[in-house]
Design a protein around this ligand. Structure first.
Ligand SMILES: Cc1cc2nc3c(=O)[nH]c(=O)nc-3n(C[C@H](O)[C@H](O)[C@H](O)COP(=O)(O)OP(=O)(O)OC[C@H]3O[C@@H](n4cnc5c(N)ncnc54)[C@H](O)[C@@H]3O)c2cc1C
Ligand code: FES
Length: 274
């Protein structure tokens, strides 16, 4: 286990595989030079020498400490450079940082998860964790939306989930093509199809800000209490340590106090969906 005194010094990790998930999203499989443990929902700062550093949430199982997977959407300078990396390259990992999902609070409950786009990355890590404790859960329903069938990520993992007792997967795309035979429309329409015992349930939302906003609104309309809706917030981040102030959201440092918050914790803070 890592016991590094210098919190700014990245841990070296070798890129051993790159999995193409969709035209814009790839999963990077990293083997750190020392064991690396994290809690599902926590994030890391990932660096490439001479290029930069950016925050990502591991998409792999928190039970695995000798390998780490990070699923990255190509959006700009650093992520574009990463998408061109080949196995054998080295990267740096700082962290893990922040507060992840309080999985113990989900015991004896149904878990309803709403995910969109690359927001599936932290959710996949959460799902690995929930499968490991599934004897303590009532049911897990994943509602996942993407723009098109080609943009749907983790297709092999979806097949595994669909065969896992207590787990159900509903998917939607904004625009169908080919032989897509699941729902068409924004991801929140899937909430009309779920059968959930809200009194004994919690909800988790992760995805682009617009989806988080309308997803949360719909969950509240369905009757979820504000303290039972868990949101994984993304703000611009730099240090990851509560020092630089880049990630401020009202009174909170998202890097330190989050990134996972319940809606009632943050609802009165300014610009939460920006
Ligand atoms: C806690 C946290 C976890 C994240 N987890 C993931 C993940 O698992 N997978 C993933 O693909 N992305 C994740 N992101 C977003 C990721 O950090 C940004 O996409 C990345 O920093 C963009 O870097 P770039 O140099 O390629 O883009 P830039 O050239 O810096 O910018 C390109 C675009 O991305 C936006 N952007 C830049 N930095 C961020 C940021 N920190 N958050 C949101 N948007 C940003 C810019 O506003 C701009 O529109 C996460 C962000 C946070 C804060
Ligand atoms: S990223 Fe520096 S204070 Fe949060």
């Amino acid at each position: 286990m890592r016991n590094d005194k210098n919190i700014y010094k990245p841990l070296r990790a070798k890129l051993t595989d790159v999995i193409e998930e969709s035209p814009l999203i790839k999963t990077f499989v990293l083997v750190p030079e020392e064991e690396f443990a994290f809690r599902t929902g926590q994030f890391i700062e990932l660096s490439v020498d001479g290029i930069g550093e950016a925050p990502f949430t591991p998409s792999s199982s928190p039970q695995v400490t000798d390998k780490l997977e990070v699923t990255v959407m190509k959006t700009g300078y650093m992520t574009e450079y990463m998408h061109n990396l080949k196995p054998g390259a080295y990267m740096g990992i700082r962290g893990p940082y922040g507060r992840g999902y309080p999985v113990e609070k989900f015991y004896d409950k149904e878990v309803l998860i709403l995910g969109g786009g690359c927001g599936f990355a932290p959710i996949r890590s959460l799902l690995y964790n929930l499968i490991a404790v599934s004897d303590k859960l009532r049911k897990v329903t994943l509602c996942y939306g993407s723009k098109t069938p080609e943009d749907c990520i983790y297709k092999p993992y979806i097949s595994v989930l669909r065969k896992t007792p207590k787990f159900e997967v509903l998917r939607s795309v904004d625009k169908a093509s080919g032989n897509w035979n699941e729902r068409v429309g924004v991801v929140t329409i899937l909430l009309d199809d779920v059968k959930v015992d809200i009194k004994n349930s919690i909800a988790v939302v992760c995805g682009p800000p617009i989806m988080m906003k309308f997803g949360t609104r719909k969950l509240l309309e369905m009757g979820y209490p504000e303290h039972d809706v868990y949101l994984s917030m993304e703000k611009n981040m730099s240090c990851g340590l509560g020092k630089c102030g880049h990630c401020m959201m009202g009174k909170y440092f998202v890097c330190k106090d989050g990134p996972v918050f319940t809606y009632d914790e943050i609802k009165d803070q300014p610009n939460i969906w920006d």
